[in-house]
Design a protein around this ligand. Structure first.
Ligand code: C2O
Ligand code: CU
Ligand code: CU
Length: 551
């Protein structure tokens, strides 16, 4: 395992998870902030201190378990046909996605929670696409003029001069042209909309859409602006995988819920600079519900696990100890199913897993996040069976050769205090968002990116537009780097495990390691972004533009 270098902070957090974050929340311990870490040779931490919540929080362990059915987001139907200049002479299905404020109970015994959602639901409806069949989405901002979560106006892009409520939608994992990719600065205020087109020229995969507005993405997604986007194709359809109601997205995210039912978003103890570097909820929601249940039949199900959390990573398992069969990662099918006792997902990562409930009639099985049961499957026989079995091979995933790369970019993941030692920010390649573009791959060229993690934390790094492969993770000498900016490896590269041998768009960059990825930069030239998908980091400078230059 490559996980030995998890920082102590994460270790403590893990302990808290195992001993019940919920209880901790009730005791006000979630106001706990990381104790000063002894210098572990990692970059200095200057974490903003978390303020104690100004409202009492719900203690989720006191709530009844498995009393609400798991919501299955509806499949969005086109609202009509429309033309688009990118497809002359063609009429395309157009989906109108209105972002609205609404309220719903996150649990039977909680008062309704104010939320923002696409089509007024959280998660939003599922968008379904077929490979090479383009579609249009009109993203409509019909939200109120005021935000209900704490904006930090010191953050770049969230200044007081800007409207409080700004949105721009991004389909995570889509090979979308720059003008439809949801560039963070191309936000629009309430009353406005944007018409985006998605060519869907890519393999079947579980993608997801979410807000991406500069400086407030963490708040907009926390408010509920997210949903699933599924691309389907022939290859996948020929495999006899579970379909219809046996194929469903399972979107996981966590929230802090106050006793009055409202979302609480943590703030620092400095009212002038409320940004905090991480947000760990105590209530883990499955498709927007706390501790739901799902009635299943004794047959195979395909669960499309999506980590939509701001910061938290999930370690998922089944209560009866059997493995999941993982069939896909971020960008679609793996070469072959991979049995996994535990599936660990960092923010924005996906894993499609198949679970077979055959022979379990009348039984219940729980999905666990660490040791906590968060969702219950109840097996009820309705006389239907599925005779299919999982194929031994799913598709060919040709490994990309590092020798085919025209360039290796060495990019640091670092942390920095401002001059006054105030809230640190995190940066990529030592650069702010607003610095001139440095990553400028040429269209169709292959590059390797070496992500040098100088911090004490894992950062899930995401590139827009492209899919990539993980080449490996290699430990390096941080002192040597700090002293002379040279990479001195301290051990061999660790090859990716089987479940990371497919196509990815988000990769876990471990502290103390250089994580190396390889991508062919296919797509339309233009300006895109790459960033850490911990939303608090992304919002505070851990995001950079990249320019795809014409071939
Ligand atoms: Cu999930 Cu920049 O995206
Ligand atoms: Cu993305
Ligand atoms: Cu990060």
């Amino acid at each position: 395992m490559t996980r030995v270098n998890h920082s102590r902070r994460q270790f403590l957090r893990g302990l808290l998870d195992m001993t019940g974050v919920a209880a901790a929340a009730d005791m006000g311990l979630l106001a706990w902030s990381a104790p000063a870490m002894p210098d572990e040779g990692m970059a200095r931490m200057a974490m903003p201190q978390l303020a104690a919540p100004n409202v009492p929080l719900v203690n989720p362990v006191t709530l009844a378990r498995f009393v609400d059915p798991l919501p299955i987001p509806g499949i969005k139907k086109p609202d009509g046909q429309r033309t688009h200049p990118a497809y002359p002479g063609k009429s395309l299905p157009c989906y109108r996605m209105e972002m609205r404020a609404f309220s719903t109970a996150l649990h039977r015994d909680l008062p309704p929670t104010r939320l923002w959602g696409y089509d007024g639901s959280f998660p939003g409806p599922t968008l379904e696409a077929r490979r090479n069949e383009p579609l249009l989405v009109e993203w409509v901002n019909a939200l109120p003029q005021k935000h209900f979560l704490p904006i930090d106006h010191n953050i770049h892009g969230a200044e007081r001069s800007k409207p409080e409520v700004r949105t721009v939608a991004h389909v995570h994992g889509a090979r979308a042209p720059a003008a439809s990719d949801g560039y963070p600065e191309e936000w629009f205020a309430p009353g406005r909309s944007a018409l985006y087109h998605y060519p869907n020229g890519q393999d079947a995969a579980t993608l997801w859409y979410h807000d991406h507005a500069m400086g407030i993405t963490r708040l907009n997604i926390y408010a509920g602006l997210l949903g699933a986007y599924l691309v389907r194709d022939e290859v996948e359809a020929s495999l006899g995988l579970p379909t219809g109601e046996c194929d469903l997205p399972l979107i996981l995210c966590d929230r802090l819920i106050a006793k009055d039912g409202q979302l609480y978003y943590p703030v620092s103890d400095d009212p002038q600079a409320p940004w905090v570097s991480e947000c760990h909820g105590n209530a883990i929601l499955c498709n927007g519900k706390l501790y739901p249940f799902l009635e299943v039949e004794p047959r195979r199900y395909r669960l499309r696990l999506i980590n939509a959390a701001n910061t938290r990573y999930y370690t998922l398992s089944l209560s009866d100890g059997r493995p999941f069969q993982q069939i896909a990662s971020d960008q679609g099918l793996l070469g072959a199913p991979v049995p996994r006792q535990r599936v660990e997902l960092y923010p924005a990562e996906r894993a499609d897993v198949v679970v077979d409930f055959a022979g379990m009639d009348g039984k219940s099985i729980q999905l666990r996040q660490q040791s906590e049961a968060i969702l219950e499957f109840r097996v009820r026989d309705r006389g239907r069976r599925d005779a299919g079995a999982l194929p031994a091979r799913l598709r060919d995933v040709e490994r990309m050769a590092p020798a085919s790369a025209v360039r290796d970019r060495v990019l640091t993941l670092g942390e920095q205090d401002d001059a006054g030692g105030n809230p640190m920010m995190m940066m990529l390649g030592g650069k702010h968002w607003s610095a001139p573009i440095t990553e400028d791959p040429r269209q169709n060229s292959v590059e390797t990116w070496s992500l040098v993690n100088l911090t004490g934390d894992v950062h899930p790094i995401h590139l827009h537009l492209v899919r990539f492969q993980v080449l490996g993770r290699r430990p390096f000498d941080l002192f040597e780097w700090n002293a002379s900016k040279t990479l001195k490896y301290t051990g061999p590269a660790q090859p990716p495990p089987a479940h990371e041998m497919g196509w990815k768009d988000t990769v876990r960059a471990d502290p103390g390691f250089v994580t190396r990825i390889i991508a062919r930069f296919e797509g339309e030239p233009g300006r895109y972004v790459w960033h850490c998908h911990m939303l608090e980091h992304e919002d505070n400078e851990m995001m950079r533009p990249f320019q795809l230059l014409p071939a």
